[in-house]
Write a protein that binds this ligand. Structure first.
Ligand code: NAP
Ligand code: MG
Length: 501
């Protein structure tokens, strides 16, 4: 782990193994932190924030170091993609894209640091114009706890560290227990470029213990979390004790609405991309596929052909399209949802089981699974499954599709496939979700805000808005009234002295 600029073990000396989901083999021995380690990391981050230099550096100076780190990530892209595949089971194509994007995104945050203006910004159109100068100043929030999930372990670390560092905060980051490797590896990069000790702290260990210690810690000013809605709720309620700032990026159940006039070639492949990318372990996946009743059968038939041809295999083999899910626990959870779907009366159109074909026996593979006949009240339509399982629903008219799409506690993402962009935009304006794609899925720009409506989250990442989530806004009032006579309001509580008369 990395605390106060030192590479350290857990105070207890405890360790655990992280496992390769492809073959069940151990890939690394990882420190298993406890509350004492949290206290140490928070103390280091607090001292670094309160005494500087990081929090008081100019944006340009911070930018310089962040950009250096971004350049190193670019050089090591291939190595990091491989590590991430071994740790998470993500296919090398997916982790390769992640590694490319992580370096690009950190570079983006580095550029933002340069533009981040902590200089006073004048406010005009004041109430008592001419009697005062008023300014706003954006400042870092302080010590930020950052808790991230296992589906994009490397990229989520960058999404969290990037904006926090760009704005001068110090951080304690906790990766998911299943996928700690890349976050710990990143500590080496920040150390190498000379980010001052205590600015970045990375500790690994159980969310229930460390996560809670971070969330309730009096010396932490903000908690940023990505993961399940259930844990998000817990974090919010625990953070209430010290009124920490909280940003949450939680679950989703993306509605994917295919209109009758959609280009079928693109929409079929696009809907598979939307829901099976990374074995379906993506919060903004399109997991509720809504098809027009008239086009339904043809669409499903084409989809089934493609799903049955999907290449399941070793994540490190570039021809693999579907890798294992992250852990045995996750595999069992997904298989349980498949059983629930069957019991609820959905029709299993393909897949539905663990895949144990040759060479895959020791891994946590699940066949690409399609349910048809799904209705929006079924648990498989209401809850996040987070595996290669897609449910198809029929609609009779677009109004019905919109209603079903919005009938969810989640509001992270949605998508519409249509050759009529005007119509698609109209529908987009009525969907209660933070990101909406038209004829596409998963593609995110670091300049566009990302986050959830409803119980999918609070706050946004990316864009200027994402940067602001790591800042406090200060108002500065500088008097320009000059004489006591110009301050008659003082008379409300104090008499003027003789010399004033
Ligand atoms: P999770 O439990 O929400 O875990 C996310 C992070 O929170 C991990 O670092 C975890 O640590 C930590 N954590 C766990 N309990 C905590 C607590 N009480 N206080 C503070 N932090 C805590 O997610 P998961 O169990 O890995 O996955 C479960 C479900 O979450 C998935 O099936 C999926 O539905 C959803 N999920 C959503 C996203 C997303 O991007 N929106 C990502 C992953 C998962 P440990 O790893 O040590 O437990
Ligand atoms: Mg692992």
């Amino acid at each position: 782990m990395y605390i106060g600029g030192q590479f350290v073990d857990a105070d207890s000396g405890d360790r655990y193994d992280t496992i390769n989901p492809f073959n069940g083999e151990k890939i690394a021995s990882i420190p298993y932190a406890g509350v004492i380690d949290v206290d140490k990391a928070v103390a280091a981050a607090r001292t670094a924030f309160d005494s500087g230099p990081w929090s008081r550096m100019s944006g340009e100076e911070r930018s310089d170091l962040i950009l250096k780190a971004g350049a190193i990530l670019k050089e090591r892209m291939k190595d990091y993609a491989r590590l991430e595949s071994l740790d998470s089971g993500g296919t090398i194509n997916k982790t390769g894209a992640d590694a490319f994007l992580a370096s690009r995104q950190l570079t983006f945050f580095g550029e933002q640091a340069k533009r981040f203006n902590s200089e006073p910004q004048p406010i005009d159109k004041l109430m008592r114009e001419g009697r005062s100068f008023n300014y706003t100043i954006r400042e870092p929030i302080g010590v930020c706890a950052q808790i991230i999930p296992w589906n994009f372990p490397y990229m989520m670390a960058i999404w969290k560290l990037g904006p926090a560092l760009a704005t001068g905060n110090t951080v304690v980051l906790k990766p998911a227990s299943d996928t700690p490797v890349m976050a710990l590896e990143l500590a080496k990069v920040f150390d190498e470029v000379g980010i001052p000790p205590g600015v970045v702290n990375i500790i690994s260990g159980p969310g229930g213990v460390i996560g809670e210690a971070l969330t309730t810690h009096p010396d932490i000013d903000k908690v940023a979390f990505t993961g399940s809605t259930e844990v998000g709720r817990e974090i919010m309620s625990k953070a209430a004790g010290t009124l920490k700032k909280v940003t949450l990026e939680c679950g989703g159940k993306g509605a994917n609405i295919v209109l009758e006039d959609a280009d079928l070639d693109i929409a079929v492949d696009g809907s598979i991309w939307a829901s099976f990318y990374h074995q379906g372990q993506v919060c903004e996946s399109g997991t509720r596929l809504m098809l027009d009743a008239k086009g339904h059968d043809k669409f499903v038939k084409e989809m089934l052909e493609k799903l049955e041809a999907m290449k399941i295999g070793d994540p490190l083999d570039p021809s693999t399209q579907l890798g294992p899910v992250v852990s045995e626990g996750q595999m069992n959870s997904v298989l349980r949802y498949i059983e629930i779907g069957k019991k609820e009366g959905a029709v299993l159109a393909c897949g539905g089981q663990q895949e144990t074909g040759k060479g895959l026996e020791k891994g946590w593979f699940i066949q690409p699974t399609l349910f048809t006949g799904v209705t929006n009240n079924m648990r498989i339509a209401r809850e996040e499954i987070f595996g290669p399982v897609l449910g198809v629903m029929k609609y009779n008219n677009v109004e019905e599709a919109i209603e079903m799409a919005n009938d969810s506690i989640f509001g992270l993402s949605a998508g519409i496939w249509s050759s009529d962009i005007g119509k698609a935009k109209d529908i987009a304006s009525r969907l209660r979700s933070g990101t909406i794609w038209i004829n596409e899925w998963h593609i995110l720009s670091e300049r566009a805000p990302f986050g959830g409506y409803k119980q999918s989250g609070i706050g946004r990442e990316f864009g200027d808005v994402g940067l602001n989530e790591y800042t406090e806004l200060k108002a500065l009032y500088v008097d320009d009234a000059k004489t006591r006579d110009n301050k008659p309001w003082y008379d409300m509580v104090v008499s003027r002295s003789k010399s004033d008369n």
